[in-house]
Design a binder for this molecule. Structure first.
Ligand code: HEC
Ligand code: HEC
Length: 263
């Protein structure tokens, strides 16, 4: 382990360990039912709410345009109607695809549907997928998260959910920490420039300042693997969908915030 890595590990352990109350970063909320917005500094909340300067606006405009785009045959709207008719969609992913039994999230569904619209071959974090995901999550703002299985698929769905729940508490990487160590046991504590949130998946996709760009939940979860120096699952891996399913079940009762800014 390099000196830099070692130093970093100790820094994290210091943060996660028993820290005297006096040196705790003051007053970040610790309620496990809060959305990630509660861990944002006021400046970023202001930016998020300001449609004239928020980088999210560009993705929303692009997503709404793509929804109507019939240049390669059918538009999304030709099959689905206006975006306003898609309110309950984003909050109901991941779900089992009827054909394969695979767990798919909203971005996977958009990729499948882009080929129906004559536009095959998009990657998960590509601009059109993130733009359409932004527009669909925006249309779902305020709707409750409600993931569920079709009756015939309940057993398989439960298996995926249990795998996700188990992963959430399994120690990972060189830091030997599980998701739960940070997102259940250290909510509200400062970790480098971040404040640890309860990891409720209400604000995706996110425009992360440190990425200087938008990313889906898939990318964020992979970043957490990298944060504990674990081998990242490849983009689109079922592991990530199982974790997403577990996070959504855990967040039940919360509503979709729409695309959000993060540090
Ligand atoms: C030719 C018709 C067709 C086109 C064009 C189409 N879709 Fe779909 N879409 C479907 C069908 C059929 C489903 C049902 C699930 C499945 O079979 O994949 C679906 C499901 C969806 C869902 C889930 C809806 C729900 O039940 O909550 C979303 C979101 C979606 N499509 C997005 C898009 C986007 C974005 C585009 C444009 C890039 C698009 N679709 C273009 C046919 C279409
Ligand atoms: C060492 C601590 C740590 C571990 C372990 C960790 N994360 Fe994170 N995670 C963070 C930090 C820091 C952030 C950025 C601040 C925030 O949003 O919580 C973050 C962000 C997130 C977010 C985005 C929340 C939002 O609203 O933007 C999700 C979801 C998430 N983590 C899930 C997970 C999952 C699932 C695991 C286990 C595979 C995991 N994390 C492991 C520290 C950790």
């Amino acid at each position: 382990m390099s000196v830099a890595r070692l130093a970093l590990t100790f820094a994290v352990i210091a943060v996660l360990g028993a820290m005297p109350a006096a040196i705790m970063a003051a007053d970040w909320p610790t309620d496990p039912k809060l959305s990630g917005n509660a861990s944002l500094p006021p400046g970023l909340i202001t930016l998020q709410n300001d449609t004239s300067s928020s980088p999210i606006t560009l993705y929303l405009d692009r997503g709404r345009t793509l929804w109507m785009d019939a240049s390669q045959g059918k538009s999304c709207a030709d099959c689905h109607g206006p975006l306003t008719s898609m309110k309950t969609s984003a909050g109901s992913f991941p779900r089992l695809s009827a054909g394969s039994g695979k767990l798919i999230n909203l971005e996977d569904q958009i990729i499948t549907c882009r080929s129906r619209a004559g536009l095959a071959g998009d990657k998960l974090e590509s601009e059109p997928i993130l733009a359409l995901s932004s527009a669909l999550h925006d249309a779902a703002k305020g709707q409750v998260i409600h993931v569920h299985a079709q009756p015939a698929q309940t057993t398989l769905w439960q298996e995926h959910l249990q795998t996700g729940a188990k992963l959430y508490t399994t120690r990972l990487g060189r830091m030997n920490l599980a998701c739960a160590h940070c997102h259940d046991q250290n909510i509200g504590k400062q970790m480098r420039s971040d404040v640890i949130s309860p990891a409720n998946p209400t604000g995706f996709p996110i425009y992360r300042m440190s990425w200087q760009g938008m990313g889906s939940i898939d990318r964020r979860l992979r970043a957490c693997y990298s944060g504990v120096q674990a081998t990242m699952p490849p983009a689109g891996d079922q592991t990530l969908r199982q974790l997403e399913l577990y996070l959504k079940v855990r967040a039940q009762g919360l509503t979709v915030d729409g695309p959000s800014i993060r540090r």
